[in-house]
Write a protein that binds this ligand. Sequence first.
Ligand code: B12
Length: 134
Amino acid sequence: MVMRILLSVALLLLAPGILAGKYDRFPIYVMTMNSQLNTPNVTYSTYGVYRGILLGALKRLEDSNADFKFTYTEDLNYGPYLESVNGLAGNDQEHTYWELLVKTKEGQIIRPDVGIGCYIPKANEQIILKYTTW
Ligand code: B12
């Protein structure tokens, strides 16, 4: 009986530590950048969840901030393709698109080899949505 009580108390004490990490929210930043026009970069704050995809964080940002909106199309093979940000769309004829870049918390800029539906942001990363040409 005593053992059982001790075990229950130990479990209660350990549970938050085990669950932390799995259910925590963490901040991420989304910066919009336009390499074609001389418009200023804008940074927005949102949050990510444990192993959550970028698309979810972008939707959350759109729901919480009237100044940020985006659209995407569905590609059969690769999933969501980021089509427009704040009303500006990439255009095949003009060879423009929204590139996905990430500034890691160590300050390194990487170009993920997956799109917004597969990229999993980490705490304090800065997601850079860059309107550019190919
Ligand atoms: C050309 C190309 C592009 C061009 C497409 C220009 C155009 N309209 O033709 C541009 C430069 C825009 C591009 C962008 C990106 N691309 Co790309 N791209 C390719 C490439 C080299 C060839 C695609 C192609 O023409 N196939 C032939 C045509 C006939 O087939 P298709 O199905 O119609 O092709 C379309 C799709 O591939 C789509 N597309 C291209 N890239 C991507 C990426 C994503 C995430 C989605 C949903 C769709 C998509 O655009 C093509 C034309 O409409 C492939 C690699 C390969 N060799 O297949 C990578 C590839 C598809 N791209 C990839 C990636 C990661 C990206 C980016 C996310 C890179 C980034 N970090 O910014 C971005 C997309 C960002 C966004 N806005 O969502 C990955 C996808 C992997 C994955 N599982 O998600 C691939 C496989 C390359 C790789 N890293 O291995 N890409």
